[in-house]
Design a protein around this ligand. Structure first.
Ligand SMILES: Nc1ncnc2c1ncn2[C@@H]1O[C@H](COP(=O)(O)OP(=O)(O)OP(=O)(O)O)[C@@H](O)[C@H]1O
Ligand SMILES: [Mg+2]
Length: 455
């Protein structure tokens, strides 16, 4: 188990940065260099150093770089640079496939543009449309939106149009150019001038020309700071091969070993996300679910709890797999994704910005083929994470008991338990401290978590 300890790596920034290049060399405006400095960005990352000069020359871009390598800055900085040269409302629009990611990108723009008072509006499903309409009325410079809500405003919000737009960004572009979003993206593009700059960014890019054509790029330059499916060198990736019926027990064992760390657990369905979170909470873990069937305020609440210190385990579907930038030490694939792109994005929630992290995949007898396919795509043969079956199975009874309670709870209350405590209604998605301390605390840490600060 000693090899799990990565504390000596903590805080060590690995080389995702472009050595010998400074933000000054990139000829960015002084205000932006100052903003980068304020954020602690002393050196541009590779993707920033390689793409910003092309952007400043006015080229369309396809940017491919690993998870956590600073792609947001790579498109936000040149857009803000151009905005400072020619300020106007509705200057740029960034589209992202996930609501919480849209909110995060807005914050990025606001942080980088704070010195010059850049105004941003975030348009995303699940929150008040009225508030968004008011924000649009203030004529923001930058709009960050999920596709459906953006189209909704373009079609229904009086006085709002993107006819003067200068820049369009598709973040997580491969996802946005998929069939799921084809119709809505097409309709949005019809409302946006052809004479604009277009940037596509992702850690996994489609090579299919037909799909790329959907974005209407003009003579784009392709900036690649990584190969198509690469995972970060600072990420330690291992797997456990276990029978399907013991997955929960192994999951609990791993989390108990590493209870001082912050972990994201990925599952395939909303139901299993909820069930696993309940099982874990029954056993005293500070776990919270995040999935697409939760209301947006609950989703944001869950993320805030995870970013703060109330919860250190986020159990989520792939709704949490792309773009989110939080401090995560460990990613566990409870279910193996069938798509190797999803694997890259999931494990990319840790080991970001040159930091270390760990990803463990629980592979059962039915998932071996998917897992081998992932290994082929990432071009890495992963090692087995060593465990003693007899030691793990000691937990089987308490896990079974806790699962039974969780299933009863879901059956009786549809999984969103509402209880009354001190006269106040509580929701099952909230952290429940009733059961805390059921498992013997082991807390084998692979980092000095007590000293670590959440981003
Ligand atoms: N030049 C820099 N110096 C230091 N930190 C940086 C720099 N640029 C970005 N970062 C930080 O790196 C982290 C990851 O950035 P970002 O979210 O843009 O990554 P990404 O490449 O978009 O990842 P993903 O593929 O997961 O979306 C953020 O916390 C960001 O603040
Ligand atoms: Mg990103």
């Amino acid at each position: 188990m000693e090899d799990l300890k990565i504390s000596e790596e903590e805080g060590k920034i690995h080389n995702i940065f472009a050595e010998g290049t400074t933000f000054k060399d990139l000829a960015l405006r002084e205000e932006l260099i100052e903003a980068c400095d304020k954020l602690g960005w002393s050196t541009p990352t590779h993707i920033q150093a390689e793409s910003i000069p092309h952007a400043l020359e006015g080229r369309d871009m396809i940017g491919l770089a690993q998870t956590g390598s600073g792609k947001t800055g790579a498109f936000a900085l040149p857009i803000l640079h151009a905005l400072l040269e020619n300020p106007q409302p509705f200057f740029a629009c960034v589209i992202a496939p996930i609501r919480e990611l849209a909110a995060q990108i807005s914050k990025h723009f606001e942080a980088l543009g704070s010195i010059v008072g850049v105004k941003c509006a975030t348009l995303m499903g699940g929150l008040s449309k009225m508030d968004e309409t008011i924000a649009l009325g203030k004529r923001p410079h930058i709009i960050v939106a999920t596709p459906g809500r953006l189209l909704d405003h373009l079609s229904n919000t009086k006085g709002f149009s993107l006819r003067t737009l200068k820049y369009l960004v598709l973040d997580e572009a491969d996802k946005l150019l998929n069939a799921d979003f084809e119709k809505v993206i097409k309709e949005i593009l019809e409302e946006i001038p052809r004479d604009r700059k277009t940037y596509l960014f992702s850690a996994t890019m489609t090579e299919k020309v037909g799909k790329l054509k959907r974005a209407c790029l003009k003579n784009p330059v392709k900036v690649e700071a990584s190969s198509k499916y690469s995972t970060n060198d600072t990420l330690k990736q291992e797997f456990l091969f276990i029978p399907a019926k013991y997955k929960d027990v192994y999951l609990v064992y791993l989390l108990n070993e590493m209870r001082e760390n912050t972990s994201m657990i990925f599952t395939r369905t909303c139901e299993s996300t909820r069930l696993i979170a309940l099982i874990l909470r029954n056993l005293g873990f500070r776990a919270i679910p995040l999935h697409g069937q939760m209301t947006e305020p609950k989703r944001l609440g869950a993320l805030n709890k995870f970013k703060g210190s109330q919860c250190n385990i986020l159990v989520c579907t792939d709704v949490g797999s792309r773009g989110l930038d939080m401090q995560v030490d460990l990613v566990i694939n409870y279910d193996i994704p069938q798509n190797s792109k999803d694997y890259c994005h999931r494990v990319g929630r840790t080991a970001r910005a040159g930091r270390s992290g760990m990803a463990l995949s629980l592979v059962n007898q039915y998932e071996v083929e998917w897992f081998r396919h992932i290994e082929d795509r990432i071009e890495k043969k992963l090692n087995i994470y060593p465990t003693e079956a007899a030691e793990v199975l000691l937990l089987a009874d308490s896990v079974t008991d806790s699962k039974r309670k969780a299933l009863t709870d879901i059956k009786e209350n549809g999984g969103s338990r509402k209880r009354r405590r001190n006269g106040e209604e509580e929701d099952g998605e909230e952290i429940d401290t009733h059961f805390a301390g059921t498992l013997k605390k082991k807390g084998k840490s692979f980092k000095k978590s007590s000293k670590s600060k959440r981003r």
